[in-house]
Design a binder for this molecule. Sequence first.
Ligand SMILES: O=C(O)CCC(=O)C(=O)O
Length: 328
Amino acid sequence: MGGATSLPTTTPPSAPSPAAAASPAATTATAATTAGRPMTDEQRATFERDGYLVVPGALRRDEVERHARALDLVHGDAERLDRLAPDGSLQLLGAVKHCPPLADLLDHPAVFPLIWSVLGWNVHVCHSHLNVHPPLDPDRPRPARWRWHQDGSRQCLDLETDPPPRLSVFVGWWLSDVSEPGRGNLTLIPGSHRTKWLPGPPDPTTPWPAPEGAVELTARPGDAVMFDRRLWHTKSDNYSDVVRKVVFLGYTFRWVTIRDDVGGITEQPWYAALGPVARQLLGEGATPDDGTGDHQWGHRPDEVPLYTTLRDQGLLDPTNRLHRRFVP
Ligand SMILES: O=C(O)CCC(=O)C(=O)O
């Protein structure tokens, strides 16, 4: 996701795919207005130590099936439109725009409290993608390619501190079974989020040993993994007989611009059914009518749905600086 090494990306369609457009409107996000308990001390300690946190069983089985079906439809549409990668895989940026049922994941109560516990209320989704990776032929292994990266694209170059600041947090929602390695598991180095640079090959195509400490994360369908953008990670190849399906949503402060194409999203028929927090997360308010960036800079908390929701539910934590109002 926007790392130092670019990942293969299928050109996104300019409009929602026919299957996505025909999908039922997301409803859970509308109803579940950010209920939930803040991150526990134990979860925070694990996240700070390892740079990631697994949420087992974040999705019920029916949710997994519904989202997996939605990905199948989008993959099928892309296949018909000849938009798959040569290996039959699909990585589509702007996951919700192109697959509206995924809007349910934006403020899903099983994970979203972890996001506002770590990043506060002035957040939106800056980058997201859905991935469908059919099995590769083990008899024809892909040429080696170094794909290790931190997320954030230019942020990785532009920020001068060591370690760099967190800035964003990503959530991978597993819709297929990666409970064994070799199934296209997310591969990561626990605790590497405070490491600014990972030595690698002179060129991404030069074969190179996996970095020390690298682990293939195992997860069951419905598990979610939240990770710090600075965590060194890579996708891995899927040589199993299971189609790999996963959705990644990246959250950051609203003063960081949204990378993905969210153009025209507010006119899509399903959009009006979303709750205010989900709409905030999709960038609503990103073009303030007064011509300033004040809204995105968090200068008007009382107009920010997540702030008012947390306030009204008594969930603003006065000891968490990210929950405070900015007073100049
Ligand atoms: O697909 C994966 O397992 C990793 C995706 C990735 O590298 C990213 O989201 O930055």
